[in-house]
Design a protein around this ligand. Sequence first.
Ligand SMILES: Cc1cc2nc3c(=O)[nH]c(=O)nc-3n(C[C@H](O)[C@H](O)[C@H](O)COP(=O)(O)OP(=O)(O)OC[C@H]3O[C@@H](n4cnc5c(N)ncnc54)[C@H](O)[C@@H]3O)c2cc1C
Length: 477
Amino acid sequence: MITCHSDSMIHDNNIIASVESSDGITFQSYVEVAIVGAGACGLTAALAAKEKTDDVIILERDATPSGSTSLSSGFIPAAGTMAQKAKGISDSAEVFEEDINKKANGRQNKELSNIVAYQCGKVLDWLTLKHDINWCVLDSFLYPGHAFHRMHAVKEKTGSGLINRLQAASEREGISLSTNCLVDTIFMCNDLVQGLRVTRPNGTHEFIECGNLILACNGYGANKELVKKHIPEMSDALYFGHSGNQGHAVLWGEQLNAKIKHMSGYQGHGSVATPHGVLITWALMMEGGIQVNQKGCRFSNENEGYSEQSVHVLAQPGQVAWAIYDEKLHSLGKEFPDYIQAFKSGAIKTGKNASDLADIIGINRDGFKKTLQDVECYTRKDKLDPFGRKFKRELDSENKLFGIKVTGALFHTQGGLIVNSKAQVLKMDGKSIGNLFAGGGAACGVSGPDVSGYLSGNGLLTALTLGWLAGQNISIK
Ligand SMILES: Cc1cc2nc3c(=O)[nH]c(=O)nc-3n(C[C@H](O)[C@H](O)[C@H](O)COP(=O)(O)OP(=O)(O)OC[C@H]3O[C@@H](n4cnc5c(N)ncnc54)[C@H](O)[C@@H]3O)c2cc1C
C-alpha cells in the first residue's frame, strides 16, 4: 500500500510536494490526462496522448513555458532516423545502445538504455511525419562517446527553437496548456492516482481529478538541499538549468514508496564562460582545443567528455580554466549560436601568439608554452599524453590563438523514478502504479550513478522517448 499523508509535506526550501489520500476531496474538474511540466518531455507526452484522447492538459508552473529544454542546446541523439539516412549515415540502435553502455561503464539502467536507443529514432521520425518538425544532423564533429553522427537539432540549433516547435505542434493539435499552475499535491486511492492539486501564484488552489498523470517536471538541480544531499561535489557549483526543477517528482516518489535510483548521477559541463554565463561548445575540445589552468597546464583528458570535465575544472585554482584553440576552431565554433553569443559578449580573447595570449588572459606564460610544446610531441607521437588523450593536431604557439575563461557547472540531475517499458512508475516491490508515468529528468536516466556516465544528449534522449512512451501508454476510461 502507498503511504498517504493527511498534512501537506513541506520539504526543505519550503517546497510543498505531498501525496495524500483522496478521501474527502472534492475535485472541481476531470481530465483524462494531466501532465506536469511543459518541457520537451511534457510536450512530447501530450502530442502522443492526443492520439488517444482529446482530453489532455499540460500544467506548467511558469507563466511562459521554458524549462531546462529551452536553456539547452537542443541536441537529441538518435539512431536510424530518416535524417541520418538522408545523409548516408549508417548508424544503428545496437551501436547507440553500446555507446550509452560504454560511457556509463555498464552501470546505467540497462532496460531503459535498450528502450531509448531503439525508440528515440522512431520518436524523431514521428515528430517529422506527424508534426512537421524537421531535424538536421550535426556532422561537423563527433560528440564524445558517440560512434556516429547522431545528434539531431531543429534548424535553429537551440533548445528554444526545439521548445517553440513542440509548442507550436501542441497548439496545432489543440492541446490545453495551463500556465502559472504549480502542482504540489497528488491524491491517491487504492494505489492509483486520483487527482492533483494546483496552487496558483496568488495562493488559491484547484483540485483536478485525472485518469492518468504524467510527471514531466524534470529533476532536482534547482533544489539546493537535494543537490547537497545527493551530489555534494556540486553543492557550491553554478547551477545552469531551470529554476523550476525543484525535485517534485522524487519528493512525491519517496512518499509513494517508488523505486528511485542513481540520485548521485548528473550532467555537468566543464565549459561555461565566466563571468558571462554562456555555454561554449565542446566541439572546440573534440577537434584539437585544450583546457589549461592558471599555471598554463592541462589537467585532464578533454576528450573523455564535457560532463566529467565540470569536476576537473572545479578542482583547479579559482575553480576556473581556459579553453585554448586556434583560428580553424574559431570558425567551427561560429556554427553554434551559443558561441556567437559568447563572442558578442566579449568572452573570447585573442592573442597574436601563445605568449601574447597568456599575458592577455593572465595565465603563466612559461607553463603555457611548455604545455603547447608537449601537445606538439603528443601529436607527433614522440610522447604519450599522461591523461591518455590522442591528439590529431597541434596548436601553433607562434600564430593567433584564442582563449575563454570557463568554469564547471551542474546542468541537470540524472537520478529519479524508475519506470518500466511503458514509462509507468515502479514501486519498491516492482509493481507499477498503473496510471502514473514519468519521463525526462523526473525519471532515472541512463547515465548511472555519477557524472562520468553522461553521454552527450542523455537528457533530451529520455525526455522525448519516455514522454512519447508515457503518452502512448495512457489508458482511457
Ligand atoms: C545549458 C544546458 C544545455 C543542455 N543541452 C542539452 C543538449 O544539447 N542535449 C540534451 O540531451 N540535453 C541537454 N541538456 C539537458 C536537457 O535540457 C534536459 O535533460 C531536458 O531539457 C529535460 O527535459 P524535461 O522536459 O524533463 O524538463 P524541463 O525542460 O526542465 O521541463 C520541466 C518543466 O516542468 C515545470 N515544473 C517543474 N515542477 C513543476 C510543478 N511542480 N508543477 C508544474 N510545473 C512544474 C518546469 O517549470 C519546466 O517547465 C542541457 C541542459 C542545460 C542546462
